[in-house]
Design a protein around this ligand. Structure first.
Ligand SMILES: [Zn+2]
Length: 276
């Protein structure tokens, strides 16, 4: 699944490469997939996109907004898999859930792994969509300050009990983070995934805030995670500290053994010595 850093990298690459291109034909998928969310019929999608120009793309959380000017915005959200740009004459992938050709004969395909939204809205209306409407600030937004973060924790602990992993991955409290990047953030904050956020003192909150902002920034700078692909089909350069490969390696902090646990809908890789 693409998380916030991959969406930022893809949006930047769309702006480098696709911005200004004119759409020759917009097609939806050739491979039935019940977890791809479309809001247009194939004919409608082709008609509404024909002759339109790609504008300046933007990422927010796990969503990418691509203006299809004039008048429309293509929304790609909660996707994983491959979002690839192809030079003229390239081979079309066997399966795809979105296929857009441009007047210069280059094309874009999107093939999602698990699920994902591929929707076209009259520009502005996408902001009313569930999960986009009322989205809280993400770690790359200027509003995501330490003051905002510590207030967010105060608000959350007044409600239900929540763990550090829950803060990072549940209910889109911090939009765009997922199970992958959360593990490195927790390791860098010396926090066990189960650590209750109600216990976090001022210093621990600061360390966690800094780990969120710096980890997201580093993954973006390195072009995404090493197990995801960018718009040009290249893997990202960010090697995760805590993932399935970490079990065979000594902990980068103390040299001890990394444990695998199941917690909150996914595997977690934890150093029981460094993370409490
Ligand atoms: Zn350790």
């Amino acid at each position: 699944m693409f998380e916030l850093p991959e969406c930022v990298v893809l949006a930047n690459q769309i702006n480098e490469t696709l911005k200004g291109k004119t759409i020759q034909r917009g097609s939806l998928g050739n491979s039935p997939h019940k977890f791809v969310w479309y809001n247009r019929s194939p004919d409608e999608f082709a008609k509404l996109t024909k002759g339109k120009k790609i504008g300046e793309a933007q990422a927010k959380g796990r969503w990418i907004f691509i203006p299809v000017d004039p008048g429309y915005t293509l929304v790609l959200g909660e996707c994983g898999g491959k979002m690839h740009y192809h030079l003229p004459g390239s081979k079309l992938p066997k399966k795809y859930h979105l296929y857009i050709t441009f007047e210069d004969n280059s094309f874009l395909t999107v093939t999602t792994q698990m699920w994902g939204a591929m929707e076209l809205y009259p520009s502005g209306e996408e902001q009313n969509r569930e999960y986009i409407k009322d989205m809280r600030p993400t770690p790359v937004d200027p509003e995501f300050t330490y003051a905002y973060f510590t207030e967010l924790i105060d608000t959350l602990i007044a409600g239900k009990k929540r763990s550090a992993k829950g803060l990072l991955t549940q209910d889109q409290v911090i939009p765009g983070l997922g199970n992958a990047i959360a593990q490195d953030i927790l390791f860098r904050s010396h926090l066990h995934p189960r650590h209750p956020i109600a216990d976090l003192g001022k210093e621990e909150r600061k360390v966690l805030y800094n780990a969120i902002v710096s980890t997201v920034g580093e993954v973006i700078d390195k072009g995404g995670r090493y197990d995801e692909f960018d718009l040009y089909g290249q893997p990202g350069g960010y090697v995760r500290l805590m993932d399935k490969n970490a079990v065979a390696r000594p902990c980068p902090g103390c040299g001890g053994e990394i444990e695998k646990i199941q917690y909150l809908g996914g595997s977690c890789y934890v150093c029981p010595n460094c993370q409490n």
